[in-house]
Design a protein around this ligand. Structure first.
Ligand code: 4NP
Length: 157
């Protein structure tokens, strides 16, 4: 099983959106037996909460289901996941601050989409501050498509 973890700050806006979109893509690609998905936040403030209403609304508009609750990233996650993808550089530092894992690929979520030319940035801006959930959804969609292509190529799926 290939394990993918999306990480942001609060685990209520960006990483739950990426988890939901990626899970939906994996389901549609018939890869649920090969790939599992989760998300977490480097911060503790929203632990146990449902996703932000803005994230839930944009997912609903795009027919993507999501029922997860926020949780905080732990040291054990670094050993349990194969791909740990950070929404921005601050999240990347938060992951690295926990220590070194046993071989998980830790990277910026949008790096593969940026390489593919489908997005122009390599960080997902935080909609918590500006409310631009639709813009984030477009970035997340391109990011998930490129991440899935990367994983499929690495694992011959
Ligand atoms: P997220 O957004 O990291 O995309 O879930 C945020 C949610 C909450 C806070 C910051 C960012 N906060 O400061 O509480």
């Amino acid at each position: 099983m290939i394990r993918v973890l999306f990480v942001c700050l609060g685990n209520i806006c960006r990483s739950p959106m990426a988890e939901a979109v990626f899970q939906d893509m994996i389901h549609k690609a018939g890869l649920t037996d090969q790939i599992t998905v989760d998300s977490a936040g480097t911060g503790y403030w929203h632990v146990g909460e449902t996703a932000h209403p803005g994230t839930l609304a944009v997912l609903r508009r795009n027919n993507v289901p999501y029922g997860g609750r926020a949780r905080q990233l732990t040291r054990a996650d670094l050993d349990r996941f194969d791909y740990i993808v950070a929404m921005d550089r601050e999240n990347l530092s938060g992951i690295r601050r926990l220590g070194a894992g046993s071989g998980a690929e830790v990277s910026l979520f949008l790096r593969w989409a940026k390489d593919a030319g489908t997005v122009a940035v390599d960080e997902v801006p935080d909609p918590w501050y500006d409310g631009k959930f639709d813009h984030v959804y477009q970035l997340v969609k391109h990011g998930c498509e490129a991440l899935l292509a990367h994983i499929r190529a690495q694992h011959s799926l």
